[in-house]
Design a protein around this ligand. Sequence first.
Ligand code: C2E
Ligand code: MG
Ligand code: MG
Length: 686
Amino acid sequence: MEKDQAKGLAYRILDLSEQAMFVFSKDDFQIIYANPKAKAIFGDRMASLTCFEGVEMKQTPCLDCPFLGLQEGQEYFADRYLESFDMKISMKANGLIWEDGTNVVLCTILDSEALLLARMRKSMAPEPYEERLRLSGELYQTVVSQLGTMVFEYNYEKRTSYTSPLFKEKFGIEDIEDIDFLSSDKTKALIYAEDVEIYEMMFLNREDDFREVTCRFVEADGKVNWYRICVQFMRNENEELIRVIGTLKDVDDITKSYETLKYRSQFDVLTSLPNVNRFYIDAGCQLLEQEGDKYAIVSFDIDKFKLINDLFGMETGDDVLKHVASVIKEKLPVDALYCRVHSDMFFFCISYNKRGEIIKLIEKLRKGIYRNEFSFDINTTFGIYLVNDVSIPINLMCDRATLAARTVKGSAMNFCAFYDEQYRAEIIKTTEIEQDMNLAISDKQFLMYLQPKYDLITGHICGAEVLSRWKHPVKGLIQPNDFIPLFERNGFILRLDEYMWEEACKTLANWQSEGKVPVPLSVNISRYHIKNNNLVKVWKHLIQKYSIPTSYLTLEITETFFYDSEDLYEVLTELQAMGFRLEVDDFGAGYSSLNMIRHIPVDTIKIDKDFLDKKLATDKGKIVISHTIAMAKDLKLSVVAEGVETKEHVEFLKSSSCDVAQGFFFAKPMPLEEFNQLYYGVESNR
Ligand code: C2E
Ligand code: MG
Ligand code: MG
């Protein structure tokens, strides 16, 4: 914006201000600018006077002027007694440099309206009524034309009133002269019915005779408009009311935008439910005020709401939210507090006696939401936090209810769950792991541990299983059971597995290049690789990159593979054809049978450690295991037993002709360096 333009705009803003504002020079106290409100109060001539003449009505500068020390950019507030008005007023002063380079003070009178009324009172008081009207005509004119403010007066002694022309024009009242202007029924009839109570607040007995209210008036053409009405009651020496004068200002635009803002800051525009800020305040207060009662915070959302939006469009999504809001209003008890948090998430707070009541209420809500006019079902999931310590911040309680909703899957009731401290710890742990996992790969925090496999005939190491460990910089060494199940759920297992396979290939390649006979390594393959369809491609790439024979690698697949993949047969056949050995991990832990495995191209079964543990405890169990081993051999499968912990285990497995054993009895999983020591008897120089 051009400088001159900016200056023009600045003046306009000052001119429009509701407060009286003027600027005086610090050098000679000359007033160099006064806005219309200031002129209305202090007179048009003020702009040619000094501040002490124009404002204080004095002949000499005020010795106690608080503003002279103000530097540019500084702001100062002061209360000042104006002798000429016999009033104490609040003023604000800003130090500025005026456009001609002079150091000036910009004064803003914060009680301008009261001062204006005092001025009117002052200028009118001594003259007879008609005379005063004539004398003050100029003043009224200024106020009415420059500020768009209507003025009025009622004289209780003479029972006469005066209103400026605009008033008559707006409200269509002609015979105003002889009515008790403020409290007459005729005037009250101008007030919008809902606001009469606010309007009447003006007449409450108070010490102070200056009153100000904002309420809606109905104009002559039926339009409802917001007005700010300021009045000054005047009394005689016996404290009897003699006159009242006041102003009426159209504040419709400003009030409406304020009301809208206020509404938006507390309500959700789409559903008209309170928003979460409002809920936090209301529910927080309710919990603190009624410490004796039992309360629950419930959080819920719509299942697959995104899908509804995607399939049926945002408008339908909005209609669903409105439907939910209407059910909330209808089904929740009258004293319940509720809100839409965002998107499809809602909170409510209710009092209860027994937990069952909460569930019943939730069922009512669910049914109400489910039964709808849409062409699809709307299901909801609820989390409940029972408030037992009101000192916990309300937002934390709501977070806990939301957390509980995440535990619904797998809970006894499939639509709601109560908050549980232990689960919270788990979720936090999970979230932390998920935050750290990507960095962990690039930071090489995943370590390859090797657990030797022993040939039960020779007693020598005949292979080793690659198992991952996470060396977390803060949490220390984390075991696979704490991250593998999570990675399987979030898909990260694909990256981790490929990383571990590459580590295994590197190790084999290093052994080769060091002239050692590599120990065959088994790697775990998560079943998600089959779904991902990339398995063969990845392995071809690794074998090529590290130039290692596939015969050094056993791929361990769990039996869960067999349930859910149609492509499994082809993938395994191809891998077997490439020369990999295929091993069924955790055999016996699930439902796989040898009969099932018969049709799948595998070379080895690895009996699960739990299976071994449980079965070896009884004679019948022993028979099951030895028969399983025998039948596997009949099918030309070799047999590995894992979780071999005791000498008895070893003896039994040997007597049952099991080929290979892996377990703590022989060795625990160990870092590569340790394995190198154990097997090759030297430090690795990888
Ligand atoms: P798994 O493949 O069945 O591996 C055998 C697990 O049994 C290993 O647990 C091993 O430490 C443990 N184990 C071995 N001998 C004994 C014993 O005598 N007694 C007992 N009680 N346990 C024994 P770990 O290393 O904790 O791994 C657990 C599971 O995590 C593994 O079971 C495997 O399914 C999975 N896993 C580990 N690393 C990876 C990986 O890089 N990728 C994939 N997909 N899964 C992995
Ligand atoms: Mg395994
Ligand atoms: Mg296993």
